[in-house]
Design a protein. Structure first.
Length: 524
């Protein structure tokens, strides 16, 4: 008995010794609610009002922590949940400096994110608790708080409201064996196909009228696409009618949506091309408009780029792929391609610049590097020209055209200032030559005589040369397209007129003296 009493006394002594530090702890050194504050934005930490989140989505909560004490405080976090379809991101511990910290470190913000599984039905009553552990760095006192987050799941995979129902909402009350969900499934499918067929047959005449399809091929393609769209859109509700497994519904939905995106991209592309072509043709008929069919390659390239980027991004998003890494990789690849294909990209961007700025158009006569070319077609990578004689097609890269000095001879008027060079011998009267040639120009049918708009014919002395005087007759002729023929005819006429006036063309003469060898010997 005595030994038992002694053992009990020893236990009591140890217990008192273990709790004595706590009992003797200064009340001012212990953590309390006045030393810090934890606030969740737009949410009371003890509230159980649910936040409605869709399957596969997340809910994020901003948590603000303020330190009002004179000691640094450590905050660590742990989470708990009452359901398996909810998960959360772990939070790292943070240290909050004492109140009044000059760098503002007495206040921090952390974000707590809760995720809902992608493959799950609708649920209510899900709760996640965030346990916040607070420790005073100086005196090692501790405290703990709990924040509750209620989550109700609204899932797009619910089948209970559509199972074994016609069109997903009319109960199947047929007797056995027609009470099976396959009956409303096939009945709904037949009605969807018939509805799509009737709708497209009503719309086809209107659509094909703008496409100008003579053999009816476009109508057949549109009908087929409409049926495909109808079946794709039916797959998801159809599986709900059958009560299929959620994982099957998810995979089929992703595949069908991907096919739908591709089909829609093809349809949008065709309609876009038709619309752009019609708009550009209509604007090209307006003489006041600077827009015509030469802009088609630009609109085509931009439309294709937008559709490709949008379509690929949408499909990747459907499968839940993170586009950040893909965009970074695409940027690196694009940089490599850019560095390796500078010449090609230069040609393309210069082509875009030429198409937008429109320094010349089809049929214009250009002088590039001393040669005359006729613009045939401006493309993204190069420009096609006809030779001056229209017997050859000359292709010049757009970066060469854009960097060259280009003289547009016929941009505003087909009339052309023609220069005819010729020589007269020394000793001739320049005034007489001028009178003869100006009279010839006045009578010539190719010369423009509207002197209010065009310059008068004029004769200029250009240079004194060894064999004669170089002169130039300047006249404005009717059409640059015929300037070679006009120049040849006028040169013939000039030669005849000068000859009739007794003025000869100078030419080099060689004087040869033959020495008599016998006379030279006798003289010697």
């Amino acid at each position: 008995m005595r030994k038992g009493m002694m053992a009990l006394a020893f236990v009591l002594l140890m217990l008192v010794g273990s709790i004595a530090p706590v009992l003797c702890l200064d009340e001012n050194d212990a953590l309390d609610q006045d030393d810090y504050k934890i606030v969740v934005a737009n949410h009371h930490k003890d509230s159980l009002i649910p936040n409605i989140v869709e399957n596969g989505k997340s809910a994020s909560y901003s948590i603000y922590i303020t330190n009002f004490s004179d000691h640094p405080l450590d905050f660590s976090f742990t989470g708990q949940r009452n359901v398996t379809y909810l998960s959360y991101d772990d939070l790292e511990s943070v240290t909050v400096m004492p109140t009044g910290d000059e760098q503002g470190r007495d206040f921090v913000k952390v974000v707590f994110t809760i995720h809902v599984e992608e493959i799950t039905s609708s649920h209510k009553g899900g709760i996640v608790w965030l346990i916040v552990h607070v420790a005073d760095v100086i005196d090692e006192s501790i405290a703990m708080e709990s924040i509750s987050f209620a989550i109700d799941v609204k899932s797009s995979f619910d089948t209970s409201y559509s199972f074994n129902k016609f069109f997903g909402f009319i109960d199947n009350t047929l007797p056995a064996p027609f009470d099976s969900p396959y009956v409303p499934f096939f009945v709904t499918l037949i009605f969807v196909i018939l509805g799509a067929y009737v709708a497209i047959r009503l719309l086809i005449p209107t659509v094909t009228k703008h496409i100008h399809d003579k053999n009816g091929r476009s109508g057949k393609i549109l009908t087929m696409l409409a049926l495909i769209f109808a079946i794709i859109l039916f797959i998801d509700p159809g599986l709900r009618i059958l009560g299929a497994d959620l994982s099957i519904i998810l995979q089929v939905r992703k595949f069908s949506l991907s096919v739908l995106v591709i089909a829609l991209a093809v349809v949008i592309w065709k309609l876009y091309i038709i619309a752009v072509d019609r708009i550009l043709k209509k604007m090209g008929q307006d003489k006041k408009s600077s827009v015509d069919e030469t802009y088609f390659p630009i609109f085509s390239m931009l439309g294709k780029a937008v559709l490709w980027a949008t379509g690929i991004g949408t499909i990747l998003n459907i499968y839940g792929l993170d586009l950040t890494g893909i965009l970074i990789s695409a940027g690196i690849v694009t940089l490599g391609i850019t560095l390796g294909a500078q010449s090609v990209l230069s040609q393309m961007f210069n082509g875009v610049s030429l198409l937008l700025t429109r320094p010349f158009s089809e049929g214009d006569y250009l002088q590039i590097g001393g040669e005359v070319y006729i613009v045939k077609h401006v493309k993204l990578m190069y420009t096609e020209f006809l030779s001056e004689e229209k017997d050859r097609i000359i292709t010049i890269p757009n970066n060469t055209v854009a960097s060259a000095t280009v003289t547009n001879i016929s941009k505003y008027d087909k009339a052309f200032r023609l220069f005819i060079y010729f020589q007269i011998p020394y000793g001739q009267e320049v005034e007489k030559v001028e009178e003869v040639l100006l009279q010839m120009a006045e009578e010539n049918k190719y010369v423009m005589h509207n002197y209010n708009k065009y310059k008068k014919p004029i004769l200029k002395l250009i240079e004194f040369q060894d064999s004669g005087i170089l002169m130039r007759l300047d006249v404005t002729v009717v059409d640059i397209a015929k300037w070679r023929v006009i120049e040849s005819d006028m040169k013939k006429e000039l030669y005849v007129k000068l000859s009739e006036a007794g003025i000869e063309m100078p030419f080099n003469r060689l004087e040869v003296t033959i020495m008599n060898s016998e006379v030279e010997k006798s003289t010697a």
